[in-house]
Every structure is written in structure tokens, then in C-alpha cells.
Design a protein around this ligand. Structure first.
Ligand code: ACO
Length: 339
């Protein structure tokens, strides 16, 4: 261990501070090896994230400097009306780890959470799979040293589809079952679907649809796409319409950052519970992937994540050739005295 006595200096990270943002982006670039195989940070996406937060969430970004240089970063997310403060980024320059900077960042996170009256800190840590590539166990050791524990919730299974190795479209897109038809849209959700998309996404296609709480202009779908556009992302959607009722029975979404042309993210896929059992999930994903390949011919690697207990979706992904690579494990700690 190589402790130093230099006191880290905290400073807010804001989008209009080009010098600090530039140093933060270099810190992200220098940390690309933390989870080998992940997409490198897209600078447009990350800079955009400083201006455009996820729906109903406030972000609080900080850097820590030593000798004038950014050596660490902290992003806290405060979801509206929740008792939780989420640590979305707690990062130390690789060459300067095990010198107490992470501990300082964590102390800052606890203090900020307490100031805002939050009672719980949460974060997500990457963990290796028995059959997957090795993953750094340092972050979990750090989390435990800070007093955090694994949360009693299902982990996320992080899966990758390598189109260079397996083409799920080799057999074409399956036929659309009788009584349904497909629709597609790009980044901006058409007005006619904005409320339905919001309800499907927020209920995950399960519970009663609270459409009354949504307005087209301020819907969850609109808020989400505002963030997406602000971060320079493009998206491709395919939906399925139930012909008899005319309702959108489900949809799927793939998005892309501005850089990293080979990488895409398979986001939400949801089919309303009344329309399950027709293999619509697989159909939506394959039809949408076919569109992505037309519009984004360089895409080769598609990542996705699902709750580990969402066996139907994981089975759909396996059929398409997705391979589990690691797990995203939730950790939690009461906001209280720092360790
Ligand atoms: N192996 C074992 N224990 C560790 C490790 C490790 N690699 N890293 C930290 N610890 C534990 C030790 O108990 C350490 O105390 P010690 O050095 O006196 O033994 C204690 O955590 C504090 O360590 P710091 O030096 O303050 O931590 P560091 O500055 O190295 O930052 C961090 C740790 C943030 C996890 C760093 O490795 C990193 O940036 N990793 C990539 C980003 C990441 O995974 N972040 C998740 C953070 S976890 C969370 O947010 C709760």
C-alpha cells in the first residue's frame, strides 16, 4: 500500500466546465480495462449525461483532484420520492488505487445522501460467472470494507450477442402470428404509442395499466427519449399491435451511442401479460434486430441484461445466441457513520 498525505479536493462536475470534463473523460478512458470486453465510454454519451438525467432522477456529479489532476469521480443518483441514493459511479484512477481515494469518495457519498435525507445507499457491482471471464473482486472487497452487503434481490444477468459468431437472423424473421401485426419507429415514440409504451414499461406488462397518470407530452416515454436524444443516442423500436383491439401489445428497443459503431444495447422488451404465449418476445427482438442491421451495418456486439429470475426472457436470449458474461449484483448500506 502506498498511502499519501495529500488531501483530495472535491469539486462539482458540470457540463460547462470543459477542462474538468476533459479530465473526467480521460479517467473513464484509462479505466476501460476494469471490465474487459465492455464498450469503451462514448464521450458524447457521457458528456450528455451531465445535462440529461434519467426520468424522475436528479444526478449529482463530483470529481476529486490531487495536485490539480482528476484522480476519481463520484456520481450519485437521487430518484424522486425514494429513500435511496444510488451510487452510479465511484471510480479511482487505476494507477492510484489502494491509497484511500475510494474511501474519501464513499465518505462524500454518505454525507451527500444524509444531507438529502436519504436512508439507504445502493450500487451495482460486476461479479464473475463460473463459466465466464474473470472479474476484478476488488470492488466487492471495497464495498464490504465500506460496510455494504449484497442486497436480497435477484442479480442482473449481463449477456452478449456476437453477430460475428452467431447470426440469429440466418433463418429469417419468424411469421407474425394471426391476429397481430408489427409496427416500427426510430428514436422518437409516435404520439399514439407514448402513453402505452410508458405503461407497458413501468408495469413490465404485468399489473393493471395506469394510463390515466400519463400524458403524451410528459409521459415516461417522452422523458426517457429526452435523455436519450440529449446523450446523442439513436434508437430502433419494433412494436406488435393486437389487431382486434388495436392496442400495442408489446415492444422492444435497441439503442446506440454516437461512437463505438460496433456496439449496441438491447434495452426494454415487454409483452403485456394478456398477449404472452405467442412467441411475440422473440419475434419482436428478431424483427427489430433486422432493422438495426439495415440502419447500423457496423453493429457486431449487442449487450443486454435481465433479472436472473426472468427465465422466459433469458431463454429467448439464449435462442438468439446471447451468452451470459457476468452478473450485476446490487449492494446496499444504510446511510450512517462512514467506516
Ligand atoms: N482488494 C481488496 N480490498 C480492497 C481493494 C481490492 N482491490 N480495493 C479496496 N479495498 C478495500 C480495502 O479494505 C481498503 O483498505 P486498505 O487499503 O486499508 O486495505 C479499502 O477498501 C479502502 O480502499 P481505497 O484505497 O479507499 O479504495 P480505492 O481508492 O482503491 O478505490 C475502488 C476502490 C473505487 C473500488 C477502485 O478499485 C475502482 O475505481 N474500481 C473500479 C470502479 C468500481 O468498481 N467501483 C465500484 C465501487 S463500490 C461502491 O460503490 C460501493
Amino acid at each position: 500500500m502506498n498511502r499519501t498525505t495529500a488531501v483530495p479536493q472535491f469539486a462539482p462536475l458540470t457540463a460547462d466546465d470543459d477542462e474538468t470534463v476533459g479530465q473526467w473523460l480521460r479517467l473513464l478512458d484509462d479505466s476501460v480495462g476494469d471490465v474487459p470486453g465492455n464498450a469503451p465510454a462514448c464521450h458524447t454519451d457521457m458528456t450528455g449525461s451531465l445535462r440529461f438525467a434519467p426520468p424522475a432522477t436528479e444526478l449529482d456529479d463530483w470529481v476529486v483532484r490531487r495536485d490539480g489532476q482528476v484522480v476519481g469521480a463520484l456520481r450519485l443518483a437521487f430518484p424522486d420520492g425514494a429513500p435511496v441514493a444510488r451510487v452510479d459511479q465511484l471510480l479511482v484512477r487505476p494507477a492510484l488505487r489502494r491509497q484511500g481515494i475510494g474511501r474519501e469518495l464513499f465518505r462524500h457519498a454518505v454525507e451527500s445522501a444524509a444531507e438529502r435525507g436519504r436512508s439507504v445507499l445502493t450500487t451495482t457491482l460486476v461479479e464473475g460467472l463460473a463459466a465466464g471471464p474473470a472479474r476484478d473482486t476488488g470492488p466487492a472487497a471495497f464495498g464490504a470494507a465500506m460496510g455494504a452487503v449484497r442486497a436480497p434481490v435477484p442479480a442482473g444477468l449481463h449477456q452478449w450477442l456476437d453477430l460475428g459468431r452467431h447470426d440469429p437472423l440466418a433463418g429469417g424473421v419468424p411469421a407474425v402470428p394471426e391476429g397481430y401485426s408489427l409496427v416500427s419507429w426510430d428514436t422518437i415514440t409516435p404520439d399514439e404509442f407514448a402513453v402505452r409504451v410508458s405503461v407497458l414499461e413501468q408495469s413490465l406488462g404485468g399489473g393493471p395499466a395506469d394510463a390515466a397518470a400519463q400524458e403524451v407530452a410528459t409521459s415516461y416515454a417522452r422523458q426517457f427519449e429526452k435523455m436519450r436524444v440529449g446523450r446523442g443516442r439513436r434508437a430502433y423500436h419494433t412494436g406488435v399491435i393486437h389487431t382486434a383491439s388495436g392496442v400495442l401489445a408489446g415492444y422492444t428497443s435497441v439503442s446506440k451511442t454516437t461512437s463505438n459503431p460496433e456496439y449496441a444495447l438491447q434495452g426494454m422488451t415487454v409483452v403485456h401479460h394478456e398477449h404472452r404465449g405467442h412467441r411475440l418476445g422473440l419475434l419482436l427482438k428478431l424483427a427489430n434486430l433486422a432493422r438495426v442491421r439495415v440502419h447500423e451495418p457496423a453493429v457486431r456486439l449487442v449487450e443486454t441484461a435481465n433479472a436472473e429470475d426472468n427465465l422466459p426472457m433469458i431463454a429467448v436470449n439464449a435462442t438468439m445466441g446471447y451468452v451470459p458474461r457476468d452478473r450485476w449484483v446490487s449492494w446496499t448500506r444504510p446511510v450512517g457513520p462512514t467506516v
